[in-house]
Design a protein around this ligand. Structure first.
Ligand code: HEC
Length: 403
């Protein structure tokens, strides 16, 4: 019953996280687009304080947006703020991390073949990284380095961290840790810098003082950082569906590469909004991804994507031996009636109770138990090398031939 309740909690949190995340990233994209697309100076220069303006048509209506130098002469009411999109995305994201990755840390964070740590240690390290990520990033932004310097040092630190985390957590947990940390930096930017800065601007105006433009500049800087981080973070949120990335021996290098590609694509759009069309950026990004995909092609001759090889002679394997392995190592979760506490239902709907089901799922069994070795989950059922080899041989010789 408890795992069933967790399943619903997981669903509701994920659904909400998804919805508020769209609202947040959507408004981030919109405002960065607005800012980079403004006519500067404005086409309608009747108001002195206006720095830029823009006309747009959407949903059958025409809109005229104006951006002011620092703060307008009169503060209009109501003034719309954008913050709950960010806060609720972080809150639901953190709750999901708790419900899924911390409650099941022994399965999703710890991988004893990577590092022999306990679930409690894994959760502690994870929380410390979330905190340290923000503290170090914030320090870097206040260090006096220029934008390029911050980007360069920030990227190098991130690359080192990605490598480090990949040596502590299992691949899937390592990726999610980095995504959660970047998401935390983004939300903290809103909570600790952007919104307080805006409040300062409003407060100064209300006191009848000249607002310090520093607050606006600082907020803008953090908002631009957030904008560039979004695409890599979104990749991480999807990555748990793609063990070819997170379960690879060089998963850290793949994540660093995908981070660069995401930032390049974002940069292309930001430049284009300013009227600069640089098609080389997305072309190089696609090229890098293609090369990467080629470099990590699973090589059946050597067995798995990473590491140990199976020198499988192409002799046939009896199906009953295969079914025996699956029944022993997989059916505890992948069944119409799973008995493992972590699986109230067959995960992803994959049931392996009958011979026909095993044949139906042959491709995915091979992918997950032989190539990426991400099944059995955290190897909870202690599958042996010989058994993986047996599955490999079965797949390569008779899986598709009705045997
Ligand atoms: C402790 C529970 C557990 C055991 C044991 C287990 N799995 Fe899974 N399996 C999961 C979970 C959870 C998912 C969904 C999450 C994921 O895809 O990583 C999953 C997903 C899958 C998928 C579907 C995802 C896809 O890539 O299409 C396949 C196929 C699979 N497992 C095969 C196996 C095989 C083969 C074994 C035995 C060698 C096995 N599993 C053992 C829990 C388990």
């Amino acid at each position: 019953m408890a795992s069933y309740i967790f399943e619903w909690l997981n669903l509701l949190l994920r659904w909400t996280h998804f919805i508020v995340g769209i609202a947040w990233i959507g408004s981030s994209f919109y405002f960065v687009w607005l800012d980079t697309s403004l006519n500067r100076p404005p086409r309608d220069p009747e108001d002195e304080g206006v720095a830029g303006d823009l006309w747009a048509v959407h949903g059958g209506g025409f809109y005229h947006a104006q951006k002011y130098h620092v703060v307008p002469e009169e503060l209009p009411a109501p003034l719309h703020w954008f913050k709950w999109e960010a806060y609720t995305t972080w809150l639901t994201g953190f709750a999901l991390l708790l419900v899924l990755y911390y409650v099941n840390a022994d399965v999703y964070l710890v991988d004893s073949s990577v590092a022999d740590i306990s679930a409690a240690q894994a959760v502690t390290v994870s929380l410390l990284i979330l905190l340290a990520g923000w503290v170090i990033y914030d320090f870097l932004c206040k260090s006096g380095l220029d934008d390029r310097g911050i980007a360069l040092v920030g990227f190098l630190l991130l690359a080192v961290l990605i490598y480090g985390v990949s040596q502590i957590f299992g691949g899937r947990g390592a990726y999610m840790q980095i995504g959660a940390m970047l998401g935390t930096v983004m939300a903290a930017n809103v909570y600790f810098v952007i919104i307080p800065g805006q409040k300062e601007l409003v407060a100064a105006k209300e006191r009848g003082e000249e607002p310090d433009p520093m607050y606006g500049i600082r907020g803008k800087q953090r908002s631009v950082h957030n904008n560039y981080i979004t695409l890599p973070v979104l990749f991480v949120m999807l990555s748990n569906h793609y063990p070819m990335t997170y379960a690879h021996e060089y998963n850290w290098l793949l994540l660093i590469t995908i981070f660069i590609v995401g930032v390049m694509v974002r940069h292309f759009f930001n430049l284009r909004n300013q009227g600069k069309f640089v098609p080389a950026l997305p072309i190089i990004a696609v090229l890098i991804l293609t090369l990467m995909a080629y470099a990590i092609v699973p090589r059946p001759a050597t067995g798995r994507v990473s590491g140990k090889s199976f020198n499988a002679p192409p002799e046939r394997v009896s199906f009953s031996a295969v079914q025996h392995v699956i029944t022993q190592r997989c059916v505890i979760c992948h069944s119409i009636n799973p008995s493992h506490p972590s699986a109230p239902f067959a995960p992803n709907g994959v049931m392996l109770d009958t011979a026909a089901q095993i044949r139906q799922w042959a491709d995915r069994i091979y992918e997950r138990a032989v190539l990426s070795r991400t099944m059995p989950l955290a190897n909870l059922t202690a599958i042996t090398e010989q058994e993986r080899e047996l599955l490999a041989r079965w797949y390569r010789t008779n899986a598709n031939k009705g045997n």
